[in-house]
Structure formats: C-alpha cells, structure tokens
Design a protein around this ligand. Structure first.
Ligand SMILES: [Zn+2]
Length: 331
C-alpha cells in the first residue's frame, strides 16, 4: 500500500537552487503523474490505508496522496487537478507558518534559498559550525553549499541552528526587505487559514506538520509538546477536527526518536507518517507509516523510463503486495 508525498507545485521553479535541491514538482509533471496513477493504481483516501493497516488487512494496488508543508501551490494547482481525477489527498500544515497578510514569517529553507540567490558575498566562513570555508562564486558553488547545509540543518540541535542562521544572515548581508520581497513570489506563499478551510470543506483531509517544522529528534520535552500538542490544538480550534494525523518534519529515522513517537501518541494524534521510502503492509506501525515520492515509486517498479509497463513487474515490492497479503495476527 503506497502513500505518496508531495510538497509544493509550481509552474516553474523560482531559481536553479530550488530546481535542483528542493522537492517541488512542476504542475505539468503532477498532472501526468496523476494520469499514471489513475491507470495503474486504485487511488484511495489515506485514511483507507491507515484503517487497513490497523485492521491487519492489505488493499490491493492502493495508493494515497499527501502534501506536506502547506504551500499555496498545492491548493492552487494541486486540489483542482485531484478533483478532476476524482482523487482526494491529505494536506499536512505547519500551523505557525500559515500565511497571514502583512506577516513575514518564512520557512527556514525558503529564507536560505533567498539569501543565497540575493547575496553579493562570495565567501562564507562557517568553521565554527564544522562546515569550513565556502566559496559562493558561481551557481555550482552555491548548489554544493545548499546541499551540504540542507542535510546538516536537518540534524542540527535547535540552539545551534539559530546561531548558524544568525551567522548566515550576518555574513550574507542581504537587507531584510529584499528577502521579504523575494519570498513574496507566489511559489513561496503558504496557504492561509481561509484556503485550508476551503480544502477541508471540499473533502480533503487536513493534518499536522507541527507548528514550526523542526527536526523533532533535536528538541526536548517542552518544545516537543509545543510543536506536537500545539499544532494539534491549532487545527482543532481552526477547523473543528477530531481525528488528526501527523506528518513528521523531514521524516527520516534520524528525525523520529522513541520520545517523539511517544509524545505524538500522548498528544492525541491518531497516526503518523514518516518519509521512510517503503510501501506499507499490515505489519506497519501506525505511528511509523511509510511514504515515498513519485520517482521512488517508479524506481521501485523498475520503470523510471518506461512508465507504460510499470504496473507489470510482479517481482517489485509493489507487485508483491498482493502475493504477500497476510493477517498481522499471524506474524
Ligand atoms: Zn516538511
């Protein structure tokens, strides 16, 4: 049982750094992917997969769609395309990054992207953070740096991350109003509560992606409570939700400690989604649900370049699902 993750949909990535490093999809590609899903899978609400896992059942060729982060592109382009195919999806919102006009509160990686695109500086010294001296003379230099830094930031303790961000701001020296103007481009806009409410009204699921999108394994009890309990409370107050699902920020094993899972359960979530690239079986833990990107799905089916055949590789992990149908109780 496959659960796909998308982030933002854009007509055109806003810059080269974004195009190469971020997991944003072009609207045209998304549309083609939905067509392939319609042809080769049974697209179901993510709740149907969660319920099947809970009951120890398998759903043959089932695929569900999720969007993380709450970017406007997912609402503006994604939702109408999904509706045209008769699909639904779950949208995981960072509740303190929701768009409010007049309030400038960008996502950390959006801000970093803007800084690197706008800076006139060609040198950075980050030796105190173990990142050495960096040359930013051309796009290749910037790309290599943003890749390294993105990886590092996902496992950096919150306090050091703040110091690192302050050092980048100081050294790259881009005026705040320039950053704000850059990030006002449509591609970087988050959904507003009105837009989120509209999605919910149209039958899409809304879930939590925390309040500020930290790597949850890097924060402690009180902060964890703020991020997990807090965003759940935000969604309940804003949308009147009862059952709420969580998508862990970054979502790899190193971002999800046992304490994180325990807090998610205690906070009252019904289930939680990782970004560990596997399909789900009746044995999957309900707070460790697996998700992958469309490209991963194609690779799993061994048909990245031959999409027309990708449903027919019976030896692939997806093709095997039907054969492996079993009762969790027997394991
Ligand atoms: Zn995210």
């Amino acid at each position: 049982m496959i659960i796909l993750t998308y982030h933002n949909l854009v007509r055109q990535p806003p810059n080269v750094l974004n195009e190469v490093v971020r997991k944003w999809d072009k609207v045209s590609a998304f549309e083609r992917q939905m067509k392939l899903l319609a042809e080769h899978f049974t697209v179901v609400p993510v709740e149907a997969i969660v319920q099947a896992v809970q009951e120890g059942r398998s759903l043959s060729r089932a695929c569900a769609i999720t969007f993380d982060d709450g970017y406007l592109g997912a609402y503006h382009y994604g939702a109408p395309i999904l509706e045209r195919f008769g699909f639904t999806a779950a949208f995981f919102i960072i509740t303190q990054k929701v768009y409010e006009s007049g309030k400038f509160n960008p996502d950390d990686f959006d801000r970093l992207e803007a800084l690197l695109c706008l800076t006139a500086q060609t040198r950075l010294d980050l030796t105190e953070f173990g990142l050495g001296r960096i040359e930013l003379v051309d796009e290749d230099g910037k790309l290599a740096f943003i890749r390294k830094l993105t990886k590092q930031l996902k496992v950096t303790p919150a306090a050091i991350k703040r110091e690192l961000a302050a050092s980048l701001d100081r050294q790259l020296a881009v005026p705040e109003e320039k950053i704000a103007a850059y990030l006002q481009q449509e591609a970087y806009r988050m959904m507003s509560w009105e837009e989120i409410t509209d999605l919910h009204r149209r039958g899409f699921s809304i879930g939590s992606h925390t309040r500020t999108h930290p790597a949850l394994s890097q924060i402690d009890g009180a902060q964890l409570e703020f991020e997990l309990g807090g965003s759940l409370q935000d969604l309940r107050e804003r949308l009147g939700l009862r059952e709420v699902a969580l998508a862990y920020p970054y979502g790899k094993a190193e971002h999800i400690s046992a304490a994180v899972v325990a807090m998610a359960q205690r906070a009252g979530y019904g289930c939680a989604f990782t970004s560990i690239k596997e399909s789900n079986t009746p044995a999957t833990e309900i707070f460790q649900l697996r998700r992958l990107g469309f490209k991963d799905l194609m690779k799993m089916n061994g048909a990245l370049n031959d999409s027309t055949t990708f449903a027919h590789h019976r030896s692939s992990p997806i093709g095997n699902e039907v054969a492996h149908e079993h009762d969790r109780a027997t394991q």
